[in-house]
Design a binder for this molecule. Sequence first.
Ligand code: GDP
Ligand code: MN
Length: 385
Amino acid sequence: MKIHEYQAKKILAEYGVPVPKGGVASTPEEAAAVAAHLGGKVVVKAQVHAGGRGKAGGIKLVASPKEAEQFARAILGKDLVTHQTGPKGVPVRKVLVAEGADIQRELYLAIVVDGGARGVVIIASEAGGVEIEEVAAKTPEKILRLKVDPTLGLQPFQGRKVAYFLKVKEEQVRQVAGLVASLYGAFMENDCTLAEINPLAVAPDGRIMAVDAKLSFEDDALFRHPALKELHDPEQEAAQEVQARNAGLNYVQLDGNIGCIVNGAGLAMATMDVAVAAGARPANFLDVGGGADEARVAEAVRILLSDSGVDAILVNIFGGILRCDVVARGILIGAESASRNLRPMVVRMLGTNAEEGRKLLSQSSLDVKLVNDLGEAAAAIKALG
Ligand code: GDP
Ligand code: MN
């Protein structure tokens, strides 16, 4: 689960991370009032669950409450499209109005759960700011990756190592090491999957502050954090993702055009690999789960058919506990209730009751191509373009 910047900054401040003073506003008038209260130069920032706001025109430094009000009026109620949101963008319902920071250097500091490293990794760079993705792609040597041993936890020398890598002044090493420890504390205690400060700004007078902050939480641990759960903002997610969560489906929207329905997360990933190898781009990851029933499969079909980016659907089911005839009935129910905008389907079914499932589909009026293995599936997807 993601939260907004203003919420993340509040949590990080509780752990001792310095953040600029500010307040959140839902109307242009409120934004002016916060700006007046802060006084002087302020920054007005669209609150959306996506980065890249600076480049997309969602952030503005202004000199007066009047200008803060004008900019808030220009973005509140609009959809902001950034390189992280997809073409439709996400609605801006609130703005953060904060003291405008004087920035001399923009650093990057993050902590993530890294599957590859089998643990928590601290990431730091002195080339922070809005081009961090490009830094990672073109000059990876400018990025430090430091694994935290899960049994030992963060060690003090690791905080100092980050500080030295960031080339902060000698007298700031302790402060930065302390900040790394604060961020790590916030990360661990809240079961985060990501805690990112970009930029971590160094002011001309040497002060260091989190000018931006992003926290994401492990969904499966949210039951331990009822207060965090309250921060959930479904408006910031794709409608399909909300629908999928309510149906108990494991679904992630992607930007391709081939919808995928699969049982089992491993098979789902393998299926996506096969689609990509065939030159297709998956529109989603979707694992209906081993315990799915007709209703859940039907909902999966409806979700994919409600996505205008989906041109064709690839179904890959290995029937075990989940029987293929159940899946076939689910597909028929889902397709029936969305009958106006059907898409061609490629279906591979193996395992329990596969013959019955295939028969149900081939006797239906749906545009279904039944295939026997993933190679055939790939060829059929390719043929659909
Ligand atoms: P993002 O684009 O969504 O990551 O939003 P950020 O909060 O990181 O802002 C993007 C960029 O705007 C930062 O890298 C800064 O260069 C600039 N910026 C944001 N807030 C301030 C501020 O208070 N003062 C100054 N001088 N620049 C800011
Ligand atoms: Mn940022």
